[in-house]
Design a protein around this ligand. Sequence first.
Ligand code: FE
Length: 252
Amino acid sequence: MKLIFRILHFTSLLVVLAACAPAPVPMPTATPATVATGTAVPGSTAAAVLPIAAAVLSPTPLPPTVIAGPESAPMPTPVATPATPTPVPVTCQPSLVPTIAQTEGPMYLANPPQRANFREDARNAGGEPVTLAGRVMGTDCRPIANARVDVWHTDARGAYDMTPTYTSRGYVLTDSEGRYQFETIVPGIYTGRTAHIHVKVTPPGGRTLTTQLYFPNEATNAGDAIFDHRLLVKLEETPQGKRATFDFVVAP
Ligand code: FE
């Protein structure tokens, strides 16, 4: 009887222990751990942690970086594109004043030769060499080509050659730029006149301008009743000698 009692007591004790025993903790299912390369590590204790780490370490696309400049930075000033230069017409405003006319005088000889060098004329020996040059142009500044520039003046002694040798006489035609040029001497003077050069300028198909040219700083200019300062040449000293220039402006 006593033995039976002890067996029962032991059995009750087992029942109580069984009831109080903690429920078995299920082992976590082995999830293949993934490292950066995605290699599974079966059975690893880090199986539950590595996926998170891998997720953290994996490159997450970042938003594009915008580097802001200083707020005070000035906006670039647009640079204006230079306009295409417009061709400038060969004209002028205001219009040029036509060269004044003067008397022809009695010493003009018709039909002079076309020649530009009077310096070699025998009667001009000993005269002071000078180059007379310039242009013929319209009042609109356009050069006049093929204008006839007819010149006559005294020889070195101040006398006109009225013979067919045409000392200090001749004409030239202007080039495409309206230029003319003579190689001559500073005219000699005669009573009542200062040094001067007679000229006729005739544009093609145009009217003839008859006038005279003078030299600056001539003592006899002031005593010449015909002298006009508007007809003074521009006189320069060059390595080749004196150069007198004058541009004729002819009315249309
Ligand atoms: Fe004269």
